[in-house]
Design a protein. Structure first.
Length: 263
């Protein structure tokens, strides 16, 4: 079903109310001309659940994640955050994005702002909090990710792992209903991967609802409630991480696991 440019059509409706369903994606497709990046993917994420997505480069997983945050328009299908439609063409999408925290591969910090200002910017500019209140929350969040001594540091003064932890604190600032991580350790040196994964694992233990695109199989096996495998724009396997990784049923999954274990 093609999405309308003004929002949901009369025949489209939010999913059946479920207090545990935070996000529902139905038959999502993304076309870039003749390239079908995502082909009919559906996913439901329940409150407190951690879903990890793995797949080869170009398999559509990051594109799908951007659709979930309203950063990419779906060619077909629909995404709902609770009772709210996620659609970049809907005037309400900005409010929806405030309820979804997004952590990118490359940090996306403002280089001219300190760690504290990066974390508090949305609170001050979008939520209209006064500086004192925003900075109280920002300092607490930086402490939460182990960076209480870096509040006045600029991104250029921080390691890659520290920058990514600032990005996580920034994503948490608006108290999101859902956190999305797009390969959060792929741009990091090996020694910095662990410090970022440790922060994400703490969020898992706290019951944060999350979708994590990752190539870290050990992390996925330890942290995820469910593992989803992408190949050529479709989901080829889904289930308990231990089952999927130790006894994959599809050849694309077997090939991917062999490749990632060999790295």
């Amino acid at each position: 079903m093609l999405l309308s440019r003004s929002g949901p059509t009369a025949v489209e409706s939010a999913p059946t109310p479920d207090s545990q369903a935070v996000l529902v994606a139905r038959d999502v497709e993304v076309d870039f001309g003749a390239v079908h990046a995502v082909r009919g993917v559906s996913l439901e994420v329940r409150r407190g659940e951690t879903v990890c997505i793995i797949g080869a480069s170009g398999s559509g997983k990051s594109t799908f994640l951007r659709v979930l945050n309203g950063l990419q328009t779906a060619s077909r299908g629909e995404v709902w955050l609770g009772s709210l439609r996620v659609d970049p063409r809907d005037r309400r999408v900005r409010a929806v994005r405030q309820r979804i925290g997004m952590v990118f591969q490359s940090f996306e910090l403002f280089p001219h702002l300190t760690a504290l200002d990066n974390v508090t910017l949305a609170l001050r500019r979008v939520s209209k909090w006064d500086r004192r209140r925003a900075e109280e929350v920002g300092r607490a969040l930086l402490e939460r990710v182990g960076l209480e001594d870096k509040v006045g540091s600029y991104p250029s003064q921080l390691s890659g792992g520290q920058q990514q932890r600032v990005a996580i604190a920034r994503a948490l600032a608006t108290s999101p209903d859902l956190m999305l991580f797009d390969e959060p350790t792929s741009a990091l040196d090996a020694e910095m991967v662990g410090e970022v994964l440790a922060v994400i694992k703490e969020l898992v233990q706290e019951g944060m609802t999350m979708i994590v695109v990752t190539h870290e199989l050990r992390f996925a096996s330890e942290a995820a409630d469910r593992l989803v495998v992408f190949s050529e724009g479709v989901v080829v396997e889904e289930g308990n991480p231990s089952d999927v990784l130790t006894a994959p049923k599809s050849e694309p999954t077997r090939a991917l696991v062999r490749h990632l274990l060999a790295e």
